[in-house]
Design a protein around this ligand. Sequence first.
Ligand SMILES: [Zn+2]
Ligand SMILES: [Zn+2]
Length: 177
Amino acid sequence: MEKIILVIISNIDSRYVTALKAILETTFDRGVEISYQIGDLKYAYDHTRNQYLSPRLLSRLRRIKKASNDKLMAVTNLDLYSPGYDFIYGEADVKAGLATLSINRLMGSTADGLPDTCLFTERIIREAVHEVGHLYGLVHCKNPKCVMRTCTCAAEVDEAGNGLCDGCLHTLNANLT
Ligand SMILES: [Zn+2]
Ligand SMILES: [Zn+2]
């Protein structure tokens, strides 16, 4: 059976990687493999914006993808953008089975200004399920509490707290069989 491969392309705390692996395995009923490919990302860097161009990361993934049915998602803490957007949390090339995920803008803080790792983990999980959801045929959802809604800011990511709505879950289950 095909699997989901998380390609970790920059340093990310292993607890987030572990959390992602667990939630993706449960949600998509597929094995999740972790592949550390931390290296020079100069090829994707845009110094006029001090951001990394997501489509270039997708091109790189296209070259490293071996089994044609596997889904690959590059995960980074770097700030990503795509033409037409100020920044993106992630991007999917559905046809190729490839996605990117940036956790850069998902960090939250507690009332006393400390990093809120629980909130951070929840947001990362939601965005990861969203991008991998696209790879399994889900499209954007109008339900504001569903993770397949479009999110342009962290408050919207927080609102999407109910996982996949019944409609998206139904579509996913049909697509997974
Ligand atoms: Zn989307
Ligand atoms: Zn939905």
